[in-house]
Design a protein around this ligand. Structure first.
Ligand code: FEO
Length: 434
């Protein structure tokens, strides 16, 4: 994908941007807000270039629709741009494509100013809206919508496309067919603030686009693929996300880029199963166990087993491997009654990828109490992984018999992956009883 040439870009400063509303397409206006100072989004994502909260106004012959709003601190800019575009009594619909607070900060006040407006959102957004509006929810006009539903604005209409988990269960897209604009909320977003707003005018934001996918969408990439399958047949000319540049110059390129980011490099139904074994070892005992588990698992045909010392790498490259793997075994010593920091760092990062249904297992050597393995198991279960074997714990250095048990443990894990052993899953009660 090429970067638009500098010579064609207007010299608008990136942090201030336009004073008023901005035309996106005929009868479609940007009324959002710029947040150039943001450096951390949702506590999880660094934002070197800040972000934008994109809100849109769609004008029809019989009223206007507001699509998403802004974060609470930016309602002043939002209402100013709205008032330059329309009056409150013209609002026929408030469309909420996603109920996260960065898009709904102005909703309670907007509903007060436009009590006649019908609030359109996915059914799964209803509990969030109820919490957002509190007692005012009962007086609000609310209509759940999904794929196949539409909202009439007279000479044009909005169609809704249910696209759950891009980024929350409530997320949907809204399609304005006559202008060929698709409002996608978080999907196709990027945390990148440039007041020139459009992808053919702003600075190079490809890094922000990819990073946004990596930290926001990646855990839901199968849902992203499903959403793209629904969107791709539309004859869109503009992808209008709720964060970052509006994609109008080469929108299909951005869809293709997103599909690439969401596509696993290894087929899920690959005949060869992949088991990754990670460990941290203080005195070599957990490392010996890890090697024994590796060797045992390798005895099972059809399983590729790999062994990694977590101390030897940053965690990010391992995430790529785990995302494509069928299972992981994680080894840690117990120090001061806990797993070691490096292991917790790894476990914390697993929320960035899809782990549900993958095989998980824990093992480790300990000196006194040995809590670490159980703590890791609880975390793996919390990540919705399948734990077929109670964790393997060994006091101090493993004996030859314990190393043989390690090899048997590895074989059993591998057999769970190939299906040569009956599927098994331990539960919390079984863990607690040990
Ligand atoms: Fe931009 Fe999931 O909110």
């Amino acid at each position: 994908m090429s970067v638009p040439p500098f010579a064609l870009r207007p010299p608008a400063p990136r942090t201030t941007g336009p004073e008023g509303p901005v035309t996106v397409a005929p009868g479609v206006t940007w009324i959002g807000a710029l947040d150039p100072g943001l450096r951390s989004f949702d506590v999880i994502l660094k934002t070197s270039n800040g972000t934008t909260y994109n809100s849109y106004l769609v004008r029809g012959s019989e009223g206007v629709a507001v699509i998403d709003t802004v974060k609470a601190e930016f309602t002043g800019a939002f209402f100013k741009r709205f008032e330059e575009s329309a009056s409150y009594d013209e609002i026929r619909y408030i469309v909420l494509n996603h109920l996260e607070p960065d898009h709904t900060g102005a909703v309670p006040e907007l509903v007060r100013r436009a009590p006649q407006a019908e609030i359109l959102l996915s059914p799964r957004g209803l509990p969030m809206l109820r919490a957002l509006l509190g007692a005012e929810f009962d007086n609000a006009k609310v209509r759940p919508v999904t794929t196949g539903h539409s909202a009439d604005l007279g000479d044009r209409k909005l169609d809704f496309i249910n696209t759950p988990y891009v980024h929350w269960p409530d997320t949907q897209c809204t399609w304005l067919a006559d202008a060929r604009v698709l409002f996608t909320c978080d999907l196709f977003g990027s945390h990148f603030c440039d007041g020139r707003l459009f992808e053919d005018q702003v600075d190079d934001f490809r890094l922000a686009f990819d990073n946004y996918f990596d930290r926001i969408m990646r855990p839901f990439r199968s849902f992203v693929t499903s959403a793209l399958d629904k969107i791709e047949p539309l004859d869109f000319a503009v992808l209008a996300p709720a964060h970052g540049p509006i994609l109008r110059s080469a929108p299909r390129d951005w869809l293709a880029r997103t599909r690439l980011l969401a596509t696993p490099r290894r087929k899920a139904d690959s005949a060869e199963k992949v088991l990754l074994i990670f460990y941290v070892s203080a005195y070599g005992s957990t490392a010996q166990l890890a090697q024994a588990i590796h060797d045992g698992a390798e005895e099972e045909p059809g399983v590729r087993v790999s062994l990694f010392d977590l101390e030897g790498s940053d965690i990010s490259p391992f995430l790529d491997l785990i995302e494509e793997a069928d299972g992981i075994a994680l080894g840690t010593p117990t120090i001061n009654g806990d797993a070691v920091r490096t292991v917790w760092d790894m476990l914390a990062r697993l929320v960035d990828i899809e782990t549900k249904g993958k095989l998980g297992a824990a093992f480790g050597s300990y000196g006194w109490s040995g809590e670490a393995v159980r703590l890791v198991e609880a975390r793996l279960q919390g990540l919705k992984m399948r734990l077929p074997e109670p964790g393997l714990r060994v006091k101090l250095h493993p004996s030859p018999e314990e190393l043989e048990e390690g090899r048997a443990f590895g074989r059993r894990l591998a057999q769970q992956l190939t299906g040569t052993a009956a599927p098994r899953e331990i539960d919390f009660a079984e863990l607690a009883a040990r």
